[in-house]
Design a protein around this ligand. Sequence first.
Ligand code: ZN
Length: 186
Amino acid sequence: MEFGNPYQAPQNPEPAQANIYVNDRFLLMPKNTSLPERCLKCSEPPAKRYTQKLFWVSPWVYLCFLINILVLLIVYLVTRKTTAVSYSLCARHAKEKRMRNWTLAGFGAGIILFLIACAALESIVPLWLAIASMVAMIIFSLVKPLPLTVKKFEKNQFWIKGAGDEMLTLFPKITDAEVAPKSPSS
Ligand SMILES: [Zn+2]
């Protein structure tokens, strides 16, 4: 169920797609960017539009875990870079995304039920099942990631993976040398 918001500013029919470049399998995008109205994965006609929030933190931040999980959390929240990318999916890929969400929700419900059973039955077995479900859930979310993932953030550009071959041909290619020009002004 989706109703138009009468208070929303009119959508720009040609979203800003300037400053997007391609390097290998990655889209290099500035903060908050829109991708063209075609399936992100296969370039078929779009069935649904999404906006995905993406976060990136420098990998060293995770070393804060060695100090304290609270320190890790604070440093993560303070230093993380966020962006939102809007993109479209065709009916088939939208269905795949929906199935992923349902599978994760299923794991989540299973974990809660096992934890409840653990308390109700005063047994340790459901706790192990809950932990096993949690591990399975993490593995599943890594094997089937969200349509877009961030690999790195450099020079105000997010390196984003997940676009299909045809989408990658729509933007100018940029070499590693061009990505990091030896400019004294930066
Ligand atoms: Zn598709």
